[in-house]
Design a protein around this ligand. Structure first.
Ligand code: GDP
Ligand code: MG
Length: 162
């Protein structure tokens, strides 16, 4: 069985874009509308040293009702089956209260967490990361999924966890 890595985070931070880069497919639904991926989505990443299954999840919005509750449930299932969690954040939005609620939920799982600060293209990487240092996640990495930048560092951080 291949190890499983779940991509989690608020809607619209770039999870599906990252999924597409990792699995090199146009399979995951990428849209400018937040929250379009309502279900879990699986693919295999062969780009790093060791292959792993990637799970794309709908966003955790922190609003626990209706469709959002269904999505949140899917996210919990993905967390349960994962060996490692990639917590995708948006450098342009900065650290939002929903990010903190999501992190609380991720920490409850006890699984290792890598924070991937996405959309750093055109930004100062160090400045973009600084805001997220408040989380205290040792592995906090810059990413620009839409430009395929930062994935090597992501693979390096994931490797010892898989
Ligand atoms: P998801 O809801 O978390 O799955 O987010 P999506 O992958 O659907 O992306 C949401 C939006 O962010 C889309 O308009 C993407 O084109 C955009 N996006 C994703 N990655 C990047 C990036 O690295 N840089 C920039 N500037 N935009 C990005
Ligand atoms: Mg998505």
């Amino acid at each position: 069985m291949l190890p499983v890595v779940a991509l989690v985070g608020r809607p619209n931070v770039g999870k599906s874009t990252l999924f597409n880069v990792l699995t090199r497919s146009r399979d995951a639904l990428v849209a400018d509308l937040p929250g379009v991926t309502r279900d879990r989505h699986y693919g295999v990443c062969h780009l790093g040293e060791r292959p792993f299954v990637v799970v794309d999840t709908g966003g955790l919005s922190g609003v626990d009702e209706g469709l959002d509750a269904l999505t949140a449930q899917q996210v919990r299932l993905a967390i349960d089956e994962a060996q490692a969690l990639v917590f995708v954040l948006d450098a342009r939005d900065g650290l939002l209260p929903q990010d903190r609620s999501i992190l609380d939920e991720l920490r409850r799982s006890g699984k290792p967490i890598i924070a991937a600060v996405n959309k750093t293209d055109g930004l100062d990487e160090q400045a973009a990361l600084a805001e997220f240092a408040a989380f205290g996640i040792a592995a906090t990495l810059p990413l620009a999924a839409a430009h395929n930048r930062g994935t090597d560092r992501l693979f390096a951080a994931l490797l010892p966890l898989l």
